[in-house]
Design a protein around this ligand. Sequence first.
Ligand code: HPA
Ligand code: ZN
Length: 326
Amino acid sequence: MSIEKFIEGIPKAELHLHIEGTFEPELMFEIAKRNNKKIKYTTVDELKNAYSFNNLQEFLDIYYAGANVLIEEQDFYDLTWAYLTKVHEQNVEHVEIFFDPQTHTDRGISFDTVINGIYKALQDGEKKLGITNVLIMSFLRHLDESSAFETLQQALPFKEWIGGVGLDSSEVGNPPSKFERVFAKAREEDFTPVAHAGEEGPAEYIWEALDLLHVARIDHGNRCLDDEVLVEKLAALQMPLTLCPLSNLELKVITDLKNHPILKMMDKNLLVTVNSDDPAYFGGYMNENYWGIAQALDLSKKQITELVKNSFKASWLPDTEKEKKL
Ligand code: HPA
Ligand code: ZN
């Protein structure tokens, strides 16, 4: 069996996925039309041509602009349902997905509208497609602490629907320490904490995520390789790193998939996983991410299997469910 078919067939889990980053241009135009919202580009092709980024910020500017057309609960449902049906075709069986409430509440959309739409689609995904899920609420780190606190407050009535809190958006200049108090409160309220760290920011931000936010996973974490002591600590803790190969390539974190550090990280006994981050913007969902690194790094089926198992191991599935997948 070819490595491509092997990757397609193996049941997978996704642990690093921004639901707003799954907004495909075709659906964006459809939703914009029904909401009478303008898009800066006149055709799907013109929009797709704008997807060329030199860094994280250039991507974020386009990603937030795209999310502007999402207004009604049905829009959030359709966005989430489209993602679930897509990954169902790719044999993804479990997803842990981020949503960015502030991207919407700052535009006057209510927290309830956003979460109701996403949650109902996730419920249907479980019932109709058999995809289990966890929802993670992510704070935008370029905004201030009080906005994050306000968002946490809005989330409390929906605690049963939200498994964790995360930290995303513009990394450099917005270290985890900025949100130490918000994360302390979130942990008190039983949300499991994760944070993007070491994507563009330094290894020091990964230390802060561990020591100050007490995270259960690091999202990205590429820059840990700059600090040997940190690598040893992450390996000893078996702290999961949610890597995103195509994202790294598109945001120029790496220059070529052949330089992707995933193999080096496996050699150092780090618990690394493969994920798609923002698949509508970076040219691929789960299978495309696995294919990309498998080809560039000449991965064996055994290595692919290990990576897939890592994802289930690092997931927040109950232990009994996890065992069935390993
Ligand atoms: N990094 C930070 N923030 C994000 C990303 C990312 O890769 N994707 C969506 N928001
Ligand atoms: Zn991300």
